[in-house]
Ligand binder design. Structure first.
Ligand code: FO1
Length: 317
C-alpha cells in the first residue's frame, strides 16, 4: 500500500477479531496498524497469567495459530495437561505444551515488574509480529458473566460451562479503576481510522469500552469509525454473541450490533445477505454497507481488509 497507507487502530477480541486483524496486518505496513486486544478474558491457571485474546491475536498475526481451533498454537500437544489430570487437578482449560511457554514467560516478565503492554510487545516482536499489539489496559479487568448458575468469570462460563448458563448481565470487575494503556491512547490520537473487528460486542468489545476514557476518546475520534458486524442473520459466526444478545433481551441481528455501537461508530459493514436490514441499521444511527464479511480463508481476510482500507482512503479524501 506504500506511503499512502492510512494509520489504523483496530479493536479486537479473540478468534473472529483476529481474522480481520490478520487481514489488516497483511494489507497495511506494520507501523500503520495498532491492534488493541481485550484482556477481560484473562485468567490465572496454575499461577500463570493467561491472556487468551492477546495470545489468539499474537499467534494469528505471527502465522502460528492453530487453523482449526483459531486459538492456541498449530501442531500443539497437551501432555502437561494430561499429567495435571493424572494429579486429579482441574484441567478444563486446554493449555497446550508450547502455549504454556508463553504463559510461563509472560508471568515471569510480569513478576519482574514489566507491564502487560511491554510483555505483549516483547513476545509478539520475538514471534515476528510487525504491527503493534497492545492490551486495552495494563490494569486488571475481569469479565464476570451473571447467570442462572451465579456469577461466573468469563473462562468458567465460556469453556468450563460451554456457554450453557442463561445470561442475565455482564460486568467488568476492576474496570472503574483501570486506565487505558498509553499505547492505546496514543494510537487513538494518531490514527486516521478506527476499526471494530467482528468480535462479540458484549464480552470482547464491551470490556475495552468499559475502561474509563475509552468511550469518550472514541466518541471524539476524528476519522472514519468502521465496525464489522459479528452477527449475520440471527447467528454469530463463532461464539456465544447471539445467545448472549437474546438472553439480554437485545435484537439478535446486525441491527442489535448497531444499537450497541451507537455514537461510537459511523459505518457498519453487514453481510450481503443482511442487505434488507440496511434501513434499520440506518435508523440505529449508522451508515450500513453490505458486502461479503465472511472470512473463511486467508484470502477472504485480506479481501475484507483491503475493502476496509479502500473505504478509509475514500472517506479521508
Ligand atoms: N477455548 C476453548 O473453547 N477451550 C479451551 O480449552 C481453550 C483454551 C485456551 C488456552 C489458551 C488460549 O489462549 C485460549 C484458549 N481458548 C480455549 C480460547 C479462549 O477461551 C477464547 O477464545 C477467548 O477467551 C474468547 O475470546
Amino acid at each position: 500500500m506504500g506511503g499512502s497507507a492510512p494509520r489504523v487502530v483496530a479493536l479486537a477480541g479473540g478468534v473472529g477479531g483476529a481474522k480481520l486483524a490478520y487481514g489488516l496486518a497483511k494489507t497495511l505496513p506494520g507501523p500503520s496498524l495498532t491492534v488493541v486486544g481485550n484482556t477481560g478474558d484473562d485468567e490465572t491457571f496454575f499461577g500463570l497469567h493467561v491472556s487468551p485474546d492477546l495470545d489468539t491475536l499474537m499467534y494469528t498475526l505471527a502465522g502460528v495459530a492453530d487453523p482449526e481451533r483459531g486459538w492456541g498454537l498449530a501442531g500443539e500437544s497437551f501432555q502437561a495437561l494430561e499429567m495435571l489430570l493424572s494429579y486429579q487437578e482441574p484441567a478444563w482449560f486446554s493449555l497446550g505444551d508450547r502455549d504454556l511457554a508463553t504463559h510461563i514467560l509472560r508471568t515471569k516478565l510480569l513478576r519482574e515488574g514489566m507491564s502487560l503492554t511491554e510483555v505483549t510487545r516483547q513476545l509478539s516482536q520475538r514471534l515476528g509480529v510487525e504491527c503493534l499489539l497492545v492490551p486495552m489496559s495494563d490494569d486488571p479487568v475481569r469479565t464476570i458473566v451473571e447467570t442462572d448458575e451465579g456469577a461466573l468469570p468469563f473462562q468458567s462460563y465460556f469453556v468450563e460451562r460451554q456457554c450453557r448458563p442463561v445470561v442475565s448481565g455482564v460486568c467488568f470487575e476492576g474496570a472503574e479503576k483501570a486506565q487505558m494503556s498509553k499505547e492505546f491512547t496514543e494510537a487513538l490520537g494518531k490514527s486516521d481510522a478506527l476499526v471494530f473487528c467482528p468480535s462479540n460486542p458484549i464480552v470482547s468489545i464491551g470490556p475495552i469500552l468499559a475502561v474509563p476514557g475509552t468511550e469518550k476518546a472514541i466518541r471524539s475520534f476524528q476519522g472514519p469509525r468502521i465496525a464489522v458486524s459479528p452477527i449475520i442473520g440471527d447467528r454469530a459466526l463463532r461464539g456465544p454473541a447471539a445467545k448472549m444478545l437474546a438472553e439480554l433481551g437485545e435484537e439478535v441481528s446486525c441491527v442489535g450490533v448497531a444499537r450497541r455501537l451507537e455514537g461510537l461508530c459511523d459505518i457498519l459493514l453487514i453481510h450481503k445477505t443482511d442487505a434488507p436490514l440496511a434501513a434499520a441499521v440506518k435508523d440505529a444511527g449508522m451508515e450500513p454497507m453490505a458486502l461479503n464479511t465472511i472470512m473463511d480463508t486467508d484470502g477472504d481476510k485480506r479481501r475484507l481488509a483491503r475493502e476496509i482500507c479502500d473505504l478509509i482512503k475514500d472517506r479521508l479524501q
